[in-house]
Design a protein around this ligand. Structure first.
Ligand SMILES: NC(=O)c1ccc[n+]([C@@H]2O[C@H](COP(=O)([O-])OP(=O)(O)OC[C@H]3O[C@@H](n4cnc5c(N)ncnc54)[C@H](OP(=O)(O)O)[C@@H]3O)[C@@H](O)[C@H]2O)c1
Length: 430
């Protein structure tokens, strides 16, 4: 699969080509020259694409219109030889063979303003090592799920050093062996596991710890560098500028491509952005956790709006409400004692009973759209802004496919209104 995304006036990264997930910069320079038919002899994209036999072009998609209704839609078609023709929208890739549509790839979105393009749905790998239904953990299955995700167009792979105290990074490293260049690897440092069983941990974002942590992460992942390195949590005992200066040095030395923050305030993000660009903020955001959408009491803007305004990607973690928003967890569900949700206030019996009102609305929207509640939950995150790339976590191939398909679910105004009016969830999220 070859992707050119996006072209013309519709996006910032018009000179990015993705070849089997390998991101390359090429001189496209055909702005304004694309019509419904394309002169392949003169188009540099067509030459590149002809070599790969599948052709992809860009314009705007439904989702883009949904996120920014004022955008003009200008579909573009390219013919490459007689064999394959593809029409691509800004985020959706439609593949045609002999003029007949054969399939649709994962939509794509840009990692902030870095020029890197990733599938609009990423993969959170945490649950493959700890957190949920640990008795169902199976490394071989997890490795297959990660590889299947990449095959299906998922390129943002999320892990962290603490997940399973290193286990998850090793697992991801094994899964990505041979396909490392097809993905954007994101990992995190700045937390230390004290007890693996109870998942007790403390913060350490000292420069010395961050250096050791990155060395260990790269070793476990089996790579020379990662694409995105997050500070997992701000450490109140270490000035944030000090931590960030160390992270910026990782970029200078070539071991990290871009930096991110997790669960931060707008003022902390702005503080470090002035030192080195913040490419991504990863915070919990879902239908039942909307903090990132509203300004904190002492801030002028929300975290999500700050990322959009500052060329950063926003990565919602736990976009499925740790499984609850899929509708598969009810009052009768029991969690094994090691499961994070067994002691989480939002999953207490009382909270689950109260939060049924949330899932019943999600179910009714899903029914109307003929999709699943999990797909509605993911589509809602994508609809919040064009820079949102959720990372649902799963150890199951079936759920993986379902989650990926959410990238092409369109929510209309009525759907969004009903979802936006959902009551606040009962129970704190930690
Ligand atoms: N930065 C941070 O502090 C932070 C914190 C937490 C998580 N994260 C990252 O965010 C990722 C996602 O969050 P998360 O895994 O905690 O929560 P999540 O994505 O909201 O939910 C994961 C749960 O939902 C289930 N699930 C997934 N797809 C489903 C589907 N289509 N239908 C029904 N159930 C489904 C999974 O079970 P199955 O395995 O059975 O599918 C799992 O139990 C993590 O993997 C991790 O990489 C980051």
């Amino acid at each position: 699969m070859v992707m050119v995304a996006p072209s013309g006036r519709h996006g910032r990264n018009r000179d990015v080509v993705t070849l089997r997930g390998r991101h390359q910069r090429v001189p496209i320079g055909h702005e304004g020259s694309c019509g419904n038919q394309h002169d392949t002899a003169r188009c540099p994209i067509a030459v590149i694409l002809a070599q790969a036999e599948v052709c992809v072009i860009s314009a705007d998609s439904n989702e883009q219109r949904q996120a920014r209704p004022s955008r003009r839609v200008r579909p573009v078609v390219i013919f490459v030889g007689a064999k394959e023709v593809s029409v691509v929208s800004f985020m959706t890739v439609y593949c045609y063979r002999n003029g007949k549509r054969e399939g649709q790839s994962m939509n794509v979105r840009e990692v902030g303003s870095t020029g890197q393009v990733v599938g609009a749905i990423g993969l959170g790998c945490m649950g493959m090592s700890w957190g949920y239904r640990e008795s169902a953990r199976d490394d071989d299955v997890s490795i297959r799920v990660i590889r299947e995700a990449v095959e299906r167009g998922v390129t943002l792979i999320d892990t962290a050093d603490i997940y399973g105290d290193g286990h998850n990074e090793s697992l991801v490293g094994r899964a990505l062996s041979g396909i490392r260049d097809d993905v954007v690897i994101s990992t995190k440092g700045g937390l230390v596991v004290d007890n693996l069983e109870s998942r007790a941990m403390h913060r350490d974002a000292s420069a010395r710890h961050m250096r050791d942590a990155l060395d260990a992460s790269l070793k476990r992942l089996g790579v020379d560098g990662v694409d995105l390195y997050y500070l997992h949590r701000v450490d109140e005992n270490v000035p944030l500028e000090e931590t960030w200066a160390q992270l910026a040095e990782f970029v200078t030395s070539g071991r990290v491509r871009h930096l991110g923050l997790s669960e931060v305030s707008v003022s902390d993000a702005a503080l470090v952005h002035a030192i080195h660009p913040v490419a991504a903020i990863q915070s919990e955001m879902s239908l039942w956790t909307r903090d990132a959408l509203v300004p904190a009491p002492d801030e002028d803007t929300s975290v999500l709006d700050w990322t959009s305004a500052n060329g950063a990607m926003f990565v919602p973690f736990a976009p499925l409400g740790r499984g609850f928003l899929s509708g598969s967890i009810g009052v009768a569900t029991s969690f094994e004692s090691s499961d994070f949700r067994a002691s989480n206030p939002r999953f207490s019996d009382e909270a689950r009973r109260a939060n049924e009102t949330i899932i019943s609305v999600v179910r009714s929207v899903a029914l109307r759209r003929n999709v699943t509640p999990a797909q509605i939950a993911l589509a809602w995150t994508l609809a919040q802004s064009g820079n949102v790339i959720p990372i649902p976590g799963t150890k199951s191939s079936k759920h993986l496919v379902e989650n990926i398909e959410a990238a092409s679910v369109h929510l209309d105004d009525q759907d969004l209104r009903e979802l936006n009016e959902l009551p606040a969830a009962m129970g704190s999220r930690y």
